[in-house]
Design a protein around this ligand. Structure first.
Ligand code: ARG
Length: 279
């Protein structure tokens, strides 16, 4: 009896060391910050791992499947995702990362993948009542503008908004959006795709400011972030990205993500002369 118990214990230890799941497959740990619709967000009607949805989640599932591994989504804040990759507590992070010089120096970055038009434009949103208040960078003088910690948007704020604009670093964009509506700051810097989702879900409440960031083409598509030196896995990920692209999955995943985020249907809505939804 004792022998059996210790054999079972040893088997369990081996399995957990190898990162095995109940299916017997190895686990692929992917960090995401699920506050960035349509790339990664939470479907509140679901529970457990199923509640994480969006383009990057579809991509993560495809990568795990191609690697013959079991996917484990590890939700955390956007800056924590980057720390988790750096310390190796996850295999990679797929979280709408833009390529940046800084990240390229500190991580292994995959080839680009292109998720619709999510980040071809970078904008600042504000409450609808102030829609016309910010036509230029200078108009943010003396104002409070929020951006996510450790993000491209934060860098854009620091480099393109006036020196006397107060930049507020926020950890979570879902919370930041509520804070914006609550008046905690004047405006929030976000990817255009996310601005569209916020607006579609809060019609009439939010507006995109006239000022728009200038963005280098290098920042328009996304990359997967892996630990520096994880060259073998990075090469495999690049092969899988090429395969997904060739199969035409990117467009499918993006359309699906937009629909789940409630963005597509609202974009399609048309109104009659009385302002009622037509059809
Ligand atoms: N693309 C931007 C960046 O890399 C924003 C990404 C934010 N992603 C997220 N899951 N919150 O900094």
């Amino acid at each position: 009896m004792k022998k059996i118990v210790s054999l079972i214990l040893i088997a369990c230890m081996i399995l957990s060391f190898a990162g095995c799941s109940s299916s017997g497959k190895e686990t692929l740990k992917v960090a995401i910050s699920p506050d960035f619709a349509p790339m990664e967000f939470v479907d509140t009607t679901k529970t457990g791992q199923d509640k994480y949805v969006g383009f990057d989640v579809s991509l993560a599932k495809f990568i795990a499947e191609e690697l013959g591994m079991e996917l484990e989504i590890m939700p955390m804040s956007f800056d924590a995702c980057q720390v988790a990759v750096q310390t190796g507590s996850v295999d990679m992070s797929i979280s709408g990362f833009s390529w940046t010089e800084d990240r390229a120096a500190n991580y292994n970055l995959s080839d680009y993948y292109y998720a619709g038009e999510n980040e071809t434009e970078q904008v600042i949103i504000t409450i609808a009542a102030n829609a016309d208040a910010y036509p230029t960078a200078e108009s943010f003088s003396g104002k409070k503008v929020a951006a996510q910690n450790a993000s491209l948007q934060l860098e854009l704020c620091k480099s393109q908004l006036p020196a006397d604009c107060e930049i507020v670093e926020v950890g979570d964009l879902t919370t930041a959006f509520l804070q914006l509506q609550n008046g905690d700051f004047d405006a929030l810097a976000v990817a255009k795709g996310q601005a569209d989702v916020f607006i579609a879900n809060n019609p009439g409440a939010i507006a995109i400011c006239g000022f728009e960031f200038e963005v280098d083409a290098a920042y328009e598509a996304n990359v997967i972030m892996l630990p520096k030196g994880a060259d073998e896995l990075t090469a495999k990920v690049n092969e899988i990205l090429a395969k997904a692209y060739a199969a035409g999955y990117y467009g499918e995943w993006y359309a699906e993500a937009l629909e789940l985020a409630g963005a597509e249907t609202s974009v399609d809505v048309s109104y009659d002369d009385d302002g009622n939804v037509a059809g």
